[in-house]
Design a protein around this ligand. Sequence first.
Ligand code: G3P
Ligand code: CA
Length: 379
Amino acid sequence: MQGFSKKPLASLLAAAIMAGALLAPGLAPAAEAPGKVISEKNGLPWPAVIAHRGASYDAPEETIPAYTLARDLGADYLEMDIQRTKDGVLIALHDDTLERTTNIAKVYPKRSKDPVSSFTLAELKELDAGTWFNKAYPSRARDSYVGLQILTLDEVIDIAEGGTNKPGLYIETKVPSQFPGIEGDLRRALAKRGWLNPRPAAAPGNVNVAHMPGRVVLQTFDKSSLMLLQKEMPKVPKVLLLWIGEGSIEPKSSVPFKDSGFKDKASYYAAQEIKSQEEFVAWIDWAKAHGAIGTGPSSQLTDGGDQSYMDLVKPWMNNLTHDKGMLVHPYTVDEAVDFKKISTDGADGFFTNRTPELLKFYGRPARDSIDTILKRSGY
Ligand code: G3P
Ligand code: CA
C-alpha cells in the first residue's frame, strides 16, 4: 500500500505479546506501540479484552451467567447490544427479533417474527433465553441455563459493579433507526447509574477499567447514531464499527450472496473488497471527524465459520487508522491463530466470545476456571 507507513515497531510489539512477554517488567517496546499510546490517551486499557455478548462461548449470550463469567474471568469490558422495549426500557439483546435466542415461538406463537421493540419488558421477561444455547451447543449445555431471562441495561450494570473485578461497558446501539432517541435514553441511563463520572477504584490485583476514563465505550455501525452519541456524550470514547455493504464501506462489486455462487457466507464475505483505498480513508476520516477514537473492523478468520467476515484488518488499514490517531478493536475473534495474526497486523484488542482464550494469549490467564466461576455463581 503506497503512502502509508509500515510499522516495524508494531510488529516487534506484537511478537512480544505473542511471547507473553508484554507484561514483563522492563520491556520498552510496548510503550511505543501506536495503539497503546492512543488507548492510554483516551483512558482505555491496552490491549483490550472485550467480552462479546459476555463470555458467550460458554454461556447463553447477554444473560447473567455470560456477563458474570466474563467479569470474574477478568475481561476488561462487558460488550452488549442495546435495544428498547415497547414501554421504553433499555435491554441487552443482539438480534432485532426473538426467534434465534428465545422460545418465542412457544410463548407468543403469533408474534414470533415481530420486532423486539413491539414487546414490553414484562412480555420479554416471560421468555426463556437459555434453552436455545443448550440445544445449539450440547457440549457446553447446563441445566441451569434453562429459563434464563433477557436482561435490562440496569441488570448488566449490576453485574459489572457486583464483583471484585470492575470491568467497563462496551455498548452498541443496535438497529438504532428502530429506536429514535435511544442515544439520549442511554445517556440518561448511564448518568443515573453514575457511569458518566469517575468511579471508585477496584482493589489492587483486580480489573479496574470502570475506574478509567474509558469505562464506557460507545460503538455503532450507524453513522447517524455515532453523530447522536457524540452530541449526547461528547466526552465518552466512541468506536465506529466497520463492514462492507449497504450503509457501510462501499464494495468493489456488489453481487448479493444469493447470486454470488459462494456456498457459504464466510467465503462470500472473504471475497468482498472495498471499492478503493480512498473509500477506506474517507471512512476513517469521517469517523474521526465525528468523534470516534477508534474503529471496530470485521475480520476474516482462519477457520471460517459464521463469525468470519470481510478482511478489514489488513496491516495497511490498521497502520492508516493508527496514523490518524485512532485505535483498532476487531470483531469477533476466538482462536489463538487469529489473535496472533491480527495482533501482528496491528489490533489493539479484540471482541471475543472466548475471554479465557484471549486472556491466555495476552499472558494474563484467568485465576479461576470457567466451571469454578459458573458453579460459584449458581450455574
Ligand atoms: O459490536 C462488535 C460486534 O459485536 C459487531 O457485531 O453483530 O456481534 O454486534 P455484532
Ligand atoms: Ca455488538
